[in-house]
Design a binder for this molecule. Structure first.
Ligand code: FES
Ligand code: FES
Length: 151
């Protein structure tokens, strides 16, 4: 048994410790907001927070995060998360939406450590998140907008 603490709730799961966290979230906990893109830590679609750090859930195993604090897009709360999700809506960032959970998780992490990121900071902080629809310009604008509301 593995204990995963996700979005404030502890779950005892009868899964292999080698199962990727992404599988555990989507297939055993039905938290399908986190997406599978590449499976090899290259696209960022599967980004979640573990103890406040943005991680690629496709390449970290359930065993590695047992007992740690995991937050998915479904469990967002707090000032930074509110500012980011509001800015995303205001600026209508989303196109197909597939990459956007991961983008939002990375944006929250970026704004948590850097309250006023420059374009360069944003490009560096968001560089691991790929958007096939090319929403990068709106993502950047939304991060600036969220930063303004947090100032
Ligand atoms: S699915 Fe995990 S980084 Fe692409
Ligand atoms: S909005 Fe379609 S992949 Fe990013």
């Amino acid at each position: 048994m593995i204990t995963l603490k996700v979005n404030g709730t502890s779950h005892e799961l009868d899964i292999s410790p080698d199962m990727p966290l992404l599988w555990a979230l989507r297939d055993t906990l039905n938290l399908t907001g986190t997406k599978f893109g590449c499976g090899v830590a290259q696209c960022g679609a599967c980004t979640v927070h573990v103890d406040g750090q943005a991680v690629r859930s496709c390449t970290i195993t359930a065993g590695q995060v047992a007992g740690r604090t995991i937050t998915t897009i479904e469990g967002l709360s707090g000032k930074v998360a509110d500012a980011v999700t509001k800015a995303w809506q205001q600026l209508d960032v989303v196109q197909c939406g597939y990459c956007q959970s991961g983008q939002i998780m990375s944006a929250i992490k970026l704004l948590t450590i850097n309250k006023k990121p420059t374009n360069k900071d944003i490009d560096a902080g968001m560089g691991g998140n790929i958007c096939r629809c090319g929403t990068y310009v709106r993502i950047r604008q939304a991060i600036h907008e969220a930063a303004k509301t947090l100032a």
